[in-house]
Design a protein around this ligand. Structure first.
Ligand code: U2F
Length: 460
């Protein structure tokens, strides 16, 4: 496709919701620094581009392009139905990305696109690459863990197995504890750990269809990049190495391609400096989730009952849902902040446990900090991540009824912070941390895989 001597030009296509664009952006910055002779065009919605911390300090060969997000002029985001925003966006794909790439070619002096890197959710990116030329590779980045991707690669098999000899998806309820050991590396995972829309729930929702299609298209990709590391889920990665043309674990991306350090605007790190080592609880549920109000109150009461110091990332609009007098009563040992520099918080020696929704970025940040977790998953991949944490890696606990109650919160914190089992969880988390650190060192597998990706984009 590329005229001999012309500058290689990589289009990087983002899925602009949740914490999807951030790891792709980290990767793009890392690649652009490693390959200064290549032009990179980051194609994303304007809203998402605006939130990427390092846009201003990105390498000079990485440029940003805004695409139509499909929102009607009078659209108002409703947190109760976040999928509306995604539906609007998906309706205008892939045309908006095609247009964004044309814009990028024009503004890069006519350098044709020689490689497409996309979030795996954008399953049509393989077709976009093929339209640009038979030799244009498509590289997909899976921003979650390997088990959660496996689920989508094997959706048809899961559906067949679940419904074999049964009446259909309605039977899933009676089999929630059935294990998925017939899939590589999935022993110990249960049907109830699967995301909604795979074998239960609405199999025809926009999201369920998107993920199913992605699972079918992805093996066509020239390479799968994934934000995990060798040694974390070995059997799943062995399967991926067989299934994909190239499988390139690049995690933890936060370490391999570190974003600029986030400022401590709410004073969390200073507060942690004043706490004893390994005793503080950190609570955070990512960018999309907040527990329902009754559960927030239970969590607060559980924290109070535990007696442990705590740092809680909670948007200000939810503070009024906390129990009356909670903030005043706990002021001497608790800090509730509207935002924290979470990755740095989890590396702080004072933090002994993380109460988390198990979003993949949070899980990796906790691993990097060597911090055991208390899991309260809500949706999507979070259930399978939670099961990996509590059952496979044994570096945390999950609530028996999934939701949080005062007593279960206090009990879970006690187990992790004050028992021999909690000490073992900490040791296992630190062992995984050591593996992660080793993989991103020069010569480590994540580091070598980044070099391999640089070679793919430089020579295409
Ligand atoms: C979606 O994840 P979320 O955005 O809900 O959650 P995470 O993957 O855990 O990412 C949250 C990020 O926001 C940061 C935090 C993580 O990098 O460090 N952050 C922060 O710096 N300070 C704060 O006060 C609060 C958050 C989805 F919901 C998950 O199920 C997926 O696993 C995930 C990745 O695909 O995307």
């Amino acid at each position: 496709n590329r005229v001999k001597g012309q500058q290689p030009h990589v289009a990087v296509l983002a899925f602009p919701f949740g914490t999807h664009a951030a790891p792709l952006h980290n990767l793009a910055c890392g690649l652009a620094s490693a390959a200064p002779h290549v032009a990179f065009s980051f194609v994303n919605s304007a809203k998402s581009n605006a939130t990427l911390a390092a846009v201003d300090s990105a390498p000079p060969n990485l440029k940003f392009y805004d695409v139509d997000d499909g929102a009607p002029a009078d659209f108002a985001f409703d947190p109760r139905s976040p999928e509306e925003e995604i539906d609007n966006f998906m309706r205008v794909t892939p045309g908006n990305f095609r247009k964004g790439m044309e814009d990028a070619v024009r503004r890069t002096g006519g350098a044709t696109i020689s490689c497409v890197i996309s979030d795996c959710f954008l399953w049509f990116a393989g077709d976009l690459a093929a339209e640009l030329g038979a030799a244009v590779p498509w590289v997909g980045l899976w921003t979650g863990g390997s088990r959660s991707l496996s689920v989508h690669l094997y959706t048809d098999l899961l559906r067949e197995t679940v419904s074999a000899g049964e009446k259909g998806a309605s039977d899933v309820e009676s089999k929630v504890d059935d294990e998925l050991g017939f899939l590589p590396g999935m022993a110990g995972m249960r049907l109830c750990d699967l995301p909604e829309g795979v074998v239960s729930g609405n199999l025809n929702s926009v999201f369920a269809r998107l993920l199913h299609r992605m699972g079918l298209e992805l093996p066509r990709a020239s390479a799968l990049a994934i934000n995990t590391f060798e040694g974390l889920d070995p059997a799943v990665l062995i399967d991926f190495h067989a299934k994909f043309k190239r499988c390139l674990p690049l995690g933890p991306l936060n370490l391999l391609c570190p974003p600029p350090s986030r400022p401590d605007s709410t004073g969390c790190l200073e507060w942690l400096d004043r706490q004893a080592h390994g005793e503080a609880v950190y609570i955070g549920f990512g960018t999309l989730m907040t527990p329902p109000s009754a559960e927030l109150a239970e969590l607060a009461e559980g924290l109070e009952a535990s007696g442990a110091p705590f740092l809680w990332s909670l948007k200000k609009k939810f503070w009024p849902l906390l129990p009356a007098g909670f903030l005043a009563r706990t002021a001497d040992r608790g800090l509730v902040a509207t935002w924290t520099p979470q990755a740095r918080v989890l590396e702080h020696p004072a933090v002994g446990v993380f109460v988390t929704h198990c979003g993949w970025n949070s899980v990796l940040e906790s691993l990097v900090g060597g911090v055991p977790m208390v899991c309260r998953p809500f949706l999507g991949d979070q259930h399978i991540n939670s099961r990996s944490i509590s059952h496979t890696w044994k570096i945390g606990v999950a609530f028996p009824e999934k939701t949080m109650t005062k007593d279960e919160v206090a009990k879970a914190l006690h187990v992790v912070l004050r028992t021999a089992e909690g000490k073992k969880m900490k040791e296992r988390a630190c062992a995984l941390r050591a593996v992660a650190l080793q993989q991103v060192q020069p010569g480590g597998s994540s580091s070598e895989n980044l070099r391999a990706l640089v070679a793919i984009i430089s020579t295409s």
